[in-house]
Design a protein around this ligand. Structure first.
Ligand code: NDP
Length: 449
């Protein structure tokens, strides 16, 4: 068999995160390739690692001083075998083609796992919304959409939010799309409630991560009540993971941002979380301010270039990485296991390095990879698309019930698939194989396209 990873490395040597995502995936699906030689004959893998389309464009905008600023915009349309491209937009200075290709690649299999008809894509820009005024963010979003609008559509490609893209950015993007396309359509998800958004969409990724964790624990006759939890990040996913964990009776003791983290031994309760959500979502402040408000908490600045992150070095039962890729390396994973962690459920995409994943799998703890554990966000995006096209709105309870059912079904699929391939309890194998087979079969059915 040709070495797919080597082919990709030769072609695009600088795309390290994309290589990492492919390596993790290829290791898992080997058994299914053995059983299905037709996948190799049809070059399914070679096609999967090549995006169907990449759009890259200049995004010029004016800052508040009237100076011209230039950013780079992207949309990676990875695979549309099972539905229109679907995946978030990320605005962060670290964004480049390799990062978006890794995210789009993972999105293909995640979307397949949800059982909803969605292909995979991802996009964004190296624009940094941090420290920008609302007007600057609006001008940037409008300029970004001036190019993107001709490539997307409610039956073609439906972007959503990701890091740096929340309700504010989706609003500005949608406003410009509507003006350019002259139609009101569900072309973006994560919209606000009063103009086509779905209840529970903001909460969905975080809630889903916790529902998945709860399902994993139930396989060992355990539950989240009174378990001590470490969470990284303090954005959308981290906030609603915290909220659902508190509801389940767990104790959340950490949250972070890219400058540092807080440790609150007494636990973050609903009142503290409500304060934090105002701090992050309205005032757009930093996590270190939590300590000024709740003096029992400890704030530790973190140097991201260090060989480990001290956040993962606390005694705890569960860990929920909800910030960004590669935030848990081998040493962090070893620290977590050494300190008694029995479960890791990933809110972020690819937060654990390949060596870190090996540590989790070798230790026998419950390890839920992002592809499965954080699929709740895109699932409710899928439900938002359904509500938009049917021109109706489901209640909060209805959407939450559907989300719970989807997370339970993803969990069951992972368990059953892993067992079928002789690796019981291995959610990495389960998620990768189940996600892959559905896409591969659709590609076979549709011929060489
Ligand atoms: P937000 O922008 O709302 O929050 C991101 C958080 O992560 C912030 O606290 C941010 O801190 C922190 N962070 C970002 N980059 C770094 C870094 N390099 N080092 C340390 N901390 C960092 O994004 P989301 O909560 O939406 O996304 C978080 C993760 O979840 C991402 O991996 C995303 O791909 C994934 N995800 C999101 C979904 C969604 O529905 N939103 C769906 C599925 C997955 P700071 O403010 O300092 O940058």
């Amino acid at each position: 068999m040709p070495d797919i990873l080597q082919l990709v490395k030769n072609k695009d040597p600088q795309e390290r995160e994309f290589h990492q995502a492919i390596e993790e995936f290829l290791e898992s699906i080997e058994p299914v390739l053995e059983q299905n030689p037709e996948y190799r004959q049809a070059k399914i893998l070679e096609r999967l690692v090549e995006p169907e389309r990449v759009i890259m464009f200049r995004v010029p905008w004016l800052d508040d001083q009237g100076r011209v600023q230039i950013n780079r915009g992207f949309r990676v349309e990875m695979n549309s075998a099972i539905g229109p491209y679907k995946g978030g937009l990320r605005f962060h200075p670290s964004v480049n083609l390799g990062i978006l290709k890794f995210l789009a690649f993972e999105q293909v299999f995640k979307n397949s796992l949800t059982t909803l008809p969605m292909g995979g894509g991802k996009g964004g820009s190296d624009f940094d919304p941090k420290g920008k005024s609302d007007n600057e963010v609006m001008r940037f979003c409008q300029s970004y959409m001036c190019e993107l609008f001709r490539h997307i559509g409610s039956n073609t490609d439906i972007p959503a939010g990701d890091i740096g893209v929340g309700a504010r950015e989706i609003g500005y993007l949608f406003g410009m799309y509507k003006r350019l396309a002259n139609e009101f359509t569900g072309v973006l998800t994560g919209k606000s409630l009063n103009w086509g958004g779905s209840l529970i969409r903001p909460e969905a990724t975080g809630y889903g991560v916790v529902y998945f964790a709860s399902e994993m624990l139930s396989t060992r006759a355990n539950n989240l009540k009174d378990l001590v939890c470490l969470i990284s990040g303090s954005g959308n996913v981290a906030q609603f993971t915290t909220q659902k964990l508190i509801e389940f009776g767990a104790k959340v003791v950490t949250l972070s941002d890219s400058s540092g983290y807080i440790y609150d031994e007494k636990g973050i309760d609903h009142e503290k979380l409500a304060w934090l959500m105002k701090l992050k979502n309205v005032r757009r402040g930093r996590i270190k301010e939590y300590k000024d408000k709740y003096s029992d908490a400890v704030y530790t600045p973190v140097d991201l270039s260090l060989d480990h992150n001290p956040l993962w070095d606390h005694q705890a039962d569960c860990a929920f990485p909800c910030a960004t890729q590669n935030e848990i390396n081998k040493k962090d994973a070893e620290n977590l296991v050494k300190n008694g962690v029995i479960l890791v459920s990933e809110g972020a995409n690819m937060p654990t390095s390949l060596e870190g994943i090996d540590v989790f799998l070798d230790s026998g703890i419950l390890y839920g990879p992002g592809k499965a554990a954080n699929a709740g966000g895109v699932s409710v995006s899928g439900l938002e698309m359904t509500q938009n096209s049917m021109r109706l709105s489901w209640t909060r309870q209805e959407v939450d019930d559907r989300l719970k059912m989807i997370m339970q079904s993803i969990h069951r699929t992972c368990i059953e698939t892993a067992a079928q391939f002789g690796m019981p309890g291995n959610y990495v194998i389960g998620a990768n194989i189940a996600g892959f087979v559905k896409v591969a079969e659709a590609m076979l059915d549709q011929g060489v396209v």
